[in-house]
Design a protein around this ligand. Structure first.
Ligand SMILES: Cc1cc2nc3c(=O)[nH]c(=O)nc-3n(C[C@H](O)[C@H](O)[C@H](O)COP(=O)(O)OP(=O)(O)OC[C@H]3O[C@@H](n4cnc5c(N)ncnc54)[C@H](O)[C@@H]3O)c2cc1C
Length: 473
């Protein structure tokens, strides 16, 4: 497989992506981690840093960064898949605020480690601007700020922007206002994950690539090359989890797709802005997300690709011409300066993991030694770092502020069997995209869409929705 072709990011790392040696045979370890994306690597990193005597093995089916970690939008944000008001309703105000603070600190922590480890991943802590381009979107921006204030967040966390303030950051067509938060950094995702892989290897972690795990059980994981016996087994397989025996309904893989332009001339950037490399989006339902890359391109993504029956994940699903065309159209609408037929240099996609209740979680079952983290929806770049630090504490039996956070030990319900899962997820996606069309045409909020909107399809800031009607409890 030519790993460079998986994403613009993997094609622009300065290394050949040659797989590291596979697991050579049966071995013993203290901790074995399955999956070398951000989750698995952050877990190995913090464990090795905290206790250099631990014998840690990481097993990766392909290469480090093969999954979403090598393909994403590069927003290292403080966004958590469950929005603050919903977290407060579920767990209480204080635990919800603690989660929010932990996520905010996570952005700084990732910045600290990339500097300390010399990981050159084009890090720029420029915040996020969310644009409102219709009256309805402006209403959502106001609500987001009002909810933030109710929960004690101040303008240093989230501020409402008027038309001029929003356009000063990102001069998209028809901007009427928006919000700005400083809690996000733009980065080159593949440079981060590949740099992390090198960092854990320097710390003595044994990372074996092209070593697919076929079974996870208490005390051991099995691969075609041999078995690794370890007291603790960490599952860090996110959207690929359903392929593991016993996990078919643990998370649903949903695809997000991206395009990237050629480097844009300085005069174009003078018109667009994003001078601080702010990540950007707007308050529509079906989420879009963008960043100005360090080499002056626009990298832009969105959801809307179909969910595939049986939670199947396949390289053939990474490219969806209909979605790529919609992304180019949307970029052209946002920035007419790009011309009517926005030229793109590359287009790709990948699967992200969605839990049935849209709740990310991290945990360790002490009776079995089985640990897990994931279900981040589209917010895993930052959240996986928090997961890795938390797992390092859990595995070492350390009680900390992190292990007391409300997502620790949470067990999401399983997804419905097929064909219900396929029907519900794809219906949700269709409702989202038609809702945006209705709002554009009528200028009024599409209420049915708001009630059904799943957080992986919509902007991450609104409260997560109830489950689809047929299973509502
Ligand atoms: C296009 C796109 C854009 C996104 N944009 C953003 C964004 O801007 N900001 C954000 O916060 N989040 C974003 N996300 C989500 C984010 O990328 C993920 O949440 C995050 O990368 C998850 O990291 P992970 O390590 O848990 O999973 P992954 O990176 O998917 O890693 C899982 C790894 O496990 C390996 N694996 C799976 N099964 C096995 C097995 N049986 N044996 C061995 N290895 C196995 C896989 O090969 C893979 O390398 C985006 C996702 C996509 C797809």
């Amino acid at each position: 497989m030519r790993y460079q072709e998986l994403s613009h990011w993997l094609s622009t790392v300065d290394e050949p992506l040659t797989p590291r040696p596979a697991l050579p045979g049966d071995t013993d370890a203290d901790v074995v981690v399955v999956g070398a994306g951000y989750t698995g690597l952050w877990t190995a990193y913090y464990l090795a840093r905290a206790d250099p005597t631990l014998r840690i093995v990481v097993l990766e089916a392909e290469i480090a960064g093969y999954g979403a970690s090598g393909r994403n939008g590069g927003w290292c944000s403080a966004l958590f898949p469950t929005a603050l008001p919903a977290l407060a309703r579920r767990h209480g105000r204080e635990p919800a605020l603690a989660m929010q603070r932990a996520m905010r600190d996570t952005v700084a922590e990732v910045g600290r480690v990339v500097a300390a480890e010399g990981i050159d991943c084009d890090w720029r802590h420029g915040g996020t601007v969310l644009l409102a381009r219709t009256e309805v979107q402006l209403g959502r921006a106001r609500t987001a700020v009002a909810e933030a204030r109710e929960h004690g967040l101040d303008p240093d966390d989230l501020v409402l922007l008027d038309a001029a303030g929003a356009a000063a950051r990102c001069a998209a067509e028809g901007v009427r206002g928006g919000t700005y938060t400083p809690h996000c950094a733009a980065l080159h995702p593949a440079k981060l994950v590949r740099g992390l892989a090198r960092a854990v290897c320097r710390l003595g972690v044994r990372l074996h690539e092209r070593s697919p795990v076929t079974a996870i059980r208490p005390g051991a994981v099995v691969t075609p090359h041999g078995t690794v016996r370890a007291e603790v087994v960490v599952r860090a397989t996110e959207a690929y989890t359903p392929a593991l025996p016993g996990h078919r309904r643990t998370v649903a893989p949903v695809y997000s797709l991206m395009v990237v332009t050629a480097p844009l001339p300085a005069r174009t950037w003078e018109r667009i802005g994003l001078a601080d490399r702010e990540t950007f989006s707007d308050y529509r339902h079906l989420v879009v997300y963008g960043q100005r890359t360090a080499d002056g391109r626009l990298a832009f993504g969105g959801r809307g690709a179909p969910y595939h029956f049986g939670s199947r994940v396949s390289p053939g699903y990474d490219r969806e011409p209909r979605v790529f065309a919609a992304l180019r159209r949307t970029l052209g609408e946002l920035f007419p300066v790009l011309g009517p037929d926005v030229p793109v240099d590359d287009a790709w996609g990948g699967p992200l993991g969605v839990a049935r209740d849209w709740s990310a979680s991290v945990g360790l079952d002490r009776s079995t030694g089985l640990a897990w983290a994931g279900g981040y929806v589209g917010d895993g770049v930052g959240t996986s770092n928090l997961a890795g630090r938390t797992l390092a504490d859990l595995v070492r039996g350390v009680e900390s502020e992190l292990t007391a956070l409300p997502w620790v030990g949470h067990r999401s319900p399983r997804w419905e069997p097929e064909p219900l899962r396929w029907l519900a997820i794809n219906a949700g996606l269709r409702v989202m995209s038609s809702a945006d069309g209705v709002e554009r045409r009528t200028g009024r909020p599409a209420r049915r869409a708001t009630a059904l909107s799943p957080s992986w399809a919509t902007d991450p800031s609104p409260s997560p929705p109830p489950p689809p009607a047929h299973t509502r409890r």
